[in-house]
Design a protein around this ligand. Structure first.
Ligand code: FAD
Length: 518
C-alpha cells in the first residue's frame, strides 16, 4: 500500500516535471538583464501576426533591442538556462512571413525594428558597398545609396522587407538571372548565434557560419549587420510587357533572354487566366504609353503569358538603349500587336509593389489571409507543370498574380543553406493569392488552400523535383525530404551554431532540445 502511494506520487511528480518542461515560463531573470532596450510582457499581440494572416502564436515577451549586444545578452541568458527552460527566440523583421515563421509560441520575439545599430554607411570606390543593420528595410537602403549614385544589384519585388528577413530566405527578383539572389550579393555579416556569441563572418572569416546563415531560415543566428554589394544606379527604366498564348514559346523566349549577357536588366513573367477586358488595368502600377493597337488588345478569356522586361538607362543613352531594345525584341516570338511600354524613374520601378499596397490598404484588402505558394521548378519539368496547373487546376487568376520566370543556378552559391532544384536553370513560380475574408467561394481561403494542395500533390506524384521557396512544413519527415541530401549538413550546422535549438522556432524544423548530435 505504502509502495503504491509512493509510486503514484512519483508518477505525479513526473507529469508535473513534464508539463513544466513543455510549457515555457518567462523567468523573472529576463527582467533584470543588463540591456539598453527593454522587454515588453504585455503588448505582445502584434508579434503574433504576420502578412500571411493565418497563423498566430502569442509570445510571452517581446524584446525591443537597442543594440546587437542586447540581442546577444538575451540569447546567451536563454542558452545558459539550458534545455529545461523550453524558452525559444524568434527574430521578427517586418512581419512579412506567411506561416508564423517569425513567431515564437510563449517564447521571446525580438522586434528587430527597434535595433539602433551604427548608421547606414555607403562606401564608394571600385567595389562599392553599404554597411547596414539587419533590421533595415530595403527601401531605406535604396534611398540612402541613391544619394551616392549607387544601388544594390539584386532585389525583391517588394522593398518594405528587412535585410535579415530576405537574407534568411534568398531574396529573388527579376535581376537574379544575372546577379543571383540577394544572398549572392552579401560580403559580410555580423551574427548573434544560438549561444549568444556575436560573430563577424564572410567568405574568408568564419565562412561556414556565413554560408549557413545565408538562406538558413533564421536557424543559425540573428543577422545584426550586413555588408551589401552596390553598383552604379541608373536614372531611368524602360519597362516592357509582351504577351504570348503559347507557353512553350513564352518559356523559350525567357530562357533565351536569361542566357544572353546584354539583353535586359530585369526579366520576369506572369500568367493571366480567364480574364476579359483591356490589359492595361491588370497590374495597377504599370501605366504604359502604348500604340493604339496594343492598348486595344483584348484577352477574350484566353490563357496568356506575359513576359515582363526592364532595361536600365541614363537619359543621355536613350538612343542607343532604344536601339538595343529593338534588337532584343526582334528576336522574340510574342503576339506582334502586344508590345506595352513604359518609361519610369528607377526608384519608381523598384518600389512598384508599394503603389499596389497603398491601393489595397485603402480598400481594406491588404490585411487579408495570404495563402501564398512559392515553388522552384526544374526547367525540364516546367512544361508538364504549366500544362497541368494552368490547363487543369487553375481556372482563373483573379485571386492574385502568378509570377513565372527562370533563373540561372550558376549565379547561386552552393555553400549557402538554400535548397534548390538540381538543374542549371529553374523557374520561380509564385502563386500570390489573397483570400476574401469569410468567403466560401472560389476567392475564399479554403478553395485557394485546396488548389495549393492539388498543385503540391501534382509535383509529388509526377516527381517533378520541385522545391518550395519560403518553405513551410509540419513534420520532420517533410523537412528531411525538402532538404534531401543537404539535411545532414543542415543538422550539423544547427548543432554547431544553435545546439539547443533556441532560434527560429516558427519554422518548426527543430524543437528546443538537449544538444543536438548527428
Ligand atoms: P520576417 O517575416 O519578419 O522574418 C522572416 C524569417 O527570417 C523568420 O524566420 C525570422 O525569424 C527570420 N528573421 C527575420 N529577421 C532576421 C534577422 N535579422 N536575422 C535572422 N533571421 C531573421 N521574397 C523574395 O525573395 N522575392 C520577392 O519578390 C518577394 N516579394 C514579396 C512581396 C511581399 C508583398 C511580401 C509580403 C513578401 C515578399 N517576399 C519576397 C518574401 C519575403 O522575402 C519574406 O516574406 C521574408 O520573410 C521577409 O520578410 P521580413 O523582412 O518581414 O521578415
Amino acid at each position: 500500500m505504502h509502495f503504491l502511494r509512493n509510486l503514484i506520487i512519483l508518477f505525479l511528480i513526473c507529469i508535473a516535471i513534464k508539463i513544466n518542461l513543455c510549457v515555457p515560463t518567462i523567468p523573472s531573470s529576463l527582467k533584470t538583464l543588463p540591456i539598453d532596450g527593454h522587454f515588453d510582457f504585455k503588448q505582445v499581440h502584434h508579434a503574433a501576426k504576420d502578412f500571411g494572416n493565418r497563423y498566430s502564436f502569442l509570445p510571452s515577451a517581446v524584446l525591443h533591442p537597442k543594440s546587437a549586444s542586447d540581442i546577444a545578452t538575451t540569447v546567451k541568458h536563454i542558452w545558459e538556462m539550458g534545455p529545461g527552460s523550453h524558452l525559444t527566440v524568434a527574430a521578427r523583421g517586418h512581419g512579412h512571413s506567411l506561416q508564423g515563421q517569425a513567431q515564437a509560441h510563449r517564447g521571446v520575439v525580438i522586434n528587430m525594428e527597434s535595433l539602433q545599430g551604427p548608421k547606414m554607411k555607403v562606401h564608394t570606390g571600385n567595389f562599392p558597398y553599404v554597411d547596414v543593420s539587419g533590421s533595415e528595410l530595403w527601401i531605406n537602403i535604396l534611398h540612402e545609396t541613391l544619394k551616392h549614385g549607387l544601388a544594390p544589384k539584386s532585389w525583391t519585388d517588394y522593398l518594405h522587407l528587412t535585410v535579415g528577413g530576405t537574407l534568411s530566405n534568398a531574396g529573388i527578383s527579376g535581376q537574379a538571372f544575372r546577379h543571383g539572389p540577394q544572398i549572392s550579393n552579401v560580403r559580410q555579416l555580423e551574427v548573434v548565434t544560438g549561444k549568444g556569441e556575436v560573430v563577424n563572418c564572410s567568405e574568408k572569416q568564419n565562412s561556414d557560419l556565413f554560408y549557413s546563415v545565408l538562406g538558413g531560415l533564421g536557424q543559425f543566428g540573428i543577422i545584426t549587420r550586413a555588408r551589401i554589394s552596390l553598383e552604379p544606379a541608373p536614372k531611368m527604366v524602360k519597362w516592357i510587357r509582351v504577351l504570348y498564348t503559347d507557353f512553350a514559346t513564352f518559356a523559350k523566349d525567357q530562357e533565351m533572354l536569361i542566357s544572353g549577357e546584354s539583353t535586359f536588366d530585369y526579366i520576369e513573367g506572369f500568367v493571366i487566366i480567364n480574364r476579359t477586358g483591356l490589359l492595361n488595368n491588370w497590374r495597377s502600377s504599370f501605366n504604359p504609353n502604348d500604340s493604339a493597337q496594343a492598348s486595344h488588345f483584348k484577352s477574350d478569356g484566353r490563357t496568356l503569358f506575359c513576359l515582363e522586361l526592364a532595361k536600365y538607362f541614363n537619359p543621355e543613352e536613350m538612343a542607343i538603349v532604344n536601339q538595343e531594345i529593338m534588337t532584343s525584341l526582334s528576336q522574340l516570338n510574342h503576339i506582334p500587336s502586344t508590345l506595352f511600354q513604359s518609361q519610369v524613374p528607377y526608384i519608381e520601378f523598384l518600389d512598384r509593389v508599394h503603389i499596389s499596397e497603398i491601393k489595397l490598404r485603402s480598400k481594406g484588402l491588404w490585411e487579408v489571409p495570404h495563402p501564398w505558394l512559392n515553388l522552384l521548378i526544374p526547367r525540364s519539368n516546367i512544361h508538364i507543370f504549366a500544362q497541368q496547373v494552368f490547363g487543369n487546376i487553375l481556372t482563373n487568376t483573379s485571386n492574385g498574380p502568378i509570377l513565372i520566370y527562370p533563373v540561372n543556378k550558376s549565379k547561386w552559391d552552393n555553400r549557402t543553406s538554400v535548397v534548390l532544384p538540381e538543374e542549371d536553370v529553374f523557374y520561380l513560380v509564385a502563386f500570390l493569392s489573397s483570400a476574401a475574408p469569410s468567403s466560401t467561394g472560389s476567392d475564399g481561403l479554403e478553395h485557394i488552400l485546396s488548389q495549393n494542395k492539388r498543385i503540391l500533390e501534382l509535383c509529388e506524384i509526377d516527381g517533378l523535383g520541385v522545391k518550395q521557396y519560403l518553405p513551410h512544413y509540419s513534420t520532420n519527415g517533410e523537412w528531411r525530404s525538402h532538404f534531401g541530401p543537404q539535411w545532414e549538413a543542415f543538422v550539423h550546422r544547427k548543432s554547431t551554431y544553435d545546439p539547443l535549438a533556441i532560434l527560429a522556432p516558427g519554422q518548426r524544423i527543430f524543437q528546443k532540445a538537449a544538444p543536438l548530435s548527428l
